[in-house]
Design a protein. Structure first.
Lengths: 229, 308
């Protein structure tokens, strides 16, 4: 569903990612594990187009989007939940979700959003900035979901969120994958969350994948050692 | 200086001058709305904003000239076409200028200041070359020129009332537009977080262009109404740009409400001061008062207190 080949990306003159290639299959949840500063967010930003790709190719469902600006990538089937959520604090919860409706050309928020995140219905009129961290994360996922993506990019969804909600988010992600039939790429540092949610794992270090494992043959100790500082 | 007037007369002067101030307030608010929207979203200070006011004025003048020459029987109604036309012309010119010039200067506030100032000079020269250096005014329909006299000594001009009504309609309309429509939502999300808006499928370049053009269009409407009060010349805009910025700064750049209140404060003050003393001395007093107010409230009267 998402094919990345020989991607080279970074900030200004310095490249953080050199020659990275991977494929995200249909209906797959792929976890990108790695410590801080290893290139996770750089990878995600260059996939959605907020950072330019110096070289290489990004394909969504067979379509080359490498030269597209972010909004066109959304129209081609990507959706992005950034690290730190980046909801619009001065807009209401409902308005935040409605911004994501740009692609589907509708003004009605589909019901399934509230099935996954009932709390967003109750909070509809609150300002986004007044929600708790966990609620903001749900809002950010909902906002990306109404873009009706083929591939959902989630950058550290568990950051700053209490453990009980982390478990809940893992369950919801799997439900979303099953019901909406989308592929999910998730960057993560929390191993328990990744083991819970993902079908396949890669570990990124210095902008390159250094380890890969499927759900069946994953060795948590090995990943743990790679994540240790 | 109040000795030669009776109390009744002073009251009438106050009411009439406040009303004169009100038309000025309306021009300030219409100008300020555009400046506010553009600065709020793109952090661009548009020094050429007043020239869009003049575009609106010229559109109105030329429309009236056209109507008188070609179909004089419509002179009482042409306003209803000329005003939307003023909006459309200013909107289109704004769209083109954003595309050619402003869009290349984002994230460079000082450069935009210089570039838009240069733009204002170019536009003034264009008016002079293509329309003429002489002052011009629109022929107004008769119904607009009378005045309304609630008492014997109070006279309120009809055109002032019309400007007031239009300003209220436009302000309310703009608030409604930004809060309730898809374009408004795009504008608000882009002004809060440009990158995130892009990553959710919003074409922020087109949103910026639209916002800039909209601001110019509103200014154009202001200009169209200005012709009902004063005549237009190529440099007419320079009279208003400084005061409009003053209104914006005094209001605190934070809210539409602050814009209207500070516009009212400034317009009222200058209108009343100008009745009792000469124009330039009144200006000196006005600036002195504003200076004191800004020294006390450094962020303007109504700065917003949103966490950043």
């Amino acid at each position: 569903m998402l094919e990345v080949s020989n991607l080279k990306a970074g900030y200004g003159q310095s490249s953080v990612i050199d020659d990275l290639s991977f494929t995200l299959k249909e209906n797959e949840i792929l976890g990108v594990m790695g410590r801080n500063g290893m290139g996770k967010s750089t990878l995600f930003k260059s996939l959605i187009g907020l950072l330019p790709a110096f070289d290489g190719e990004i394909k969504v469902d067979g379509k080359d989007v490498t030269s597209f600006p972010p909004y066109k990538r959304v129209f081609s089937g990507l959706a992005y939940v950034p690290q730190g959520r980046m909801i619009f604090p001065a807009l209401t919860v409902t308005e935040n979700i409605k911004i994501g409706l740009e692609k589907v050309k509708s003004s009605k928020i589909p019901d399934y959003v509230y099935d996954y995140f009932p709390v967003l219905k109750e909070m509809g009129h609150r300002k986004g900035g007044n929600l708790s961290g966990g609620q903001q994360q749900q809002l950010a996922i909902a906002r990306a979901l109404v873009c009706e993506p083929k591939v959902l990019l989630l950058d550290e969804p568990t950051e700053g969120i209490q453990p009980s909600i982390i478990k809940e988010i893992a369950q919801i992600l799997k439900k979303i994958r099953d019901n909406q039939g989308i592929s999910i790429l998730v960057a993560e540092q929390v191993l328990s969350f990744a083991l819970d949610a993902c079908d396949r794992f890669v570990v990124i270090e210095g902008g390159d994948f250094v380890h890969e494992a499927g759900r069946a043959d994953v060795d948590p100790e090995k990943i743990k050692s790679l994540l240790a500082v | 200086m109040f000795d030669e007037y009776t109390f009744e007369e002073l009251k009438a002067i106050l009411i009439m001058q406040s009303f004169g101030g009100l038309s000025l307030l309306c021009i300030y608010v219409l100008m300020g709305l555009g400046l506010y929207v553009v600065f709020g979203q793109m952090k661009v200070i548009n020094m050429a904003h007043a020239e869009f006011l003049v575009i609106g004025s010229y559109t109105m003048c030329l429309a009236s000239k056209f109507v008188i020459e070609v179909m004089p029987e419509f002179i009482n109604y042409y306003l209803w076409v000329a005003i939307p036309l003023a909006f459309v012309v200013a909107f289109i010119v704004g769209w083109i200028i954003e595309w050619i010039l402003i869009s290349r200067l984002y994230h460079r506030p000082l450069d935009t200041l210089l570039a838009t100032w240069g733009l204002s000079l170019i536009m003034q020269q264009c008016f002079r070359t293509f329309i003429g250096a002489r002052e011009m005014s629109a022929t107004l329909p008769e119904w607009l020129m009378g005045s309304w006299a609630p008492t014997d000594i109070i006279d309120i001009p009809i055109n002032g009332l019309v400007i007031l009504a239009t300003t209220i309609i436009l302000t309310v309309g703009l608030v409604f537009f930004t809060n309730k429509t898809r374009w408004g939502l795009r504008m608000r999300s882009t002004s809060q977080n440009r990158q995130m808006s892009q990553a959710l499928g919003i074409n922020t370049k087109v949103t910026d262009r639209f916002t800039f053009a909209l601001a110019c269009g509103i200014s154009g409407i202001g200009g169209a109404f200005l012709t009902t009060v004063v005549s237009t010349s190529p440099t007419a805009g320079t009279t208003y740009i400084v005061d409009s910025f003053l209104v914006l700064v005094l209001g605190g750049l934070g809210s539409l409400f602050g814009l209207v209140i500070s516009g009212g404060f400034l317009a009222l003050l200058s209108s009343i001061l100008e009745f009792f003393m000469s124009g330039s001395v009144a200006k000196v007093w006005l600036y002195l008062i504003i200076f004191v107010v800004l020294a006390k409230f450094t962020k303007g009267l109504f700065s917003s207190n949103i966490r950043s």
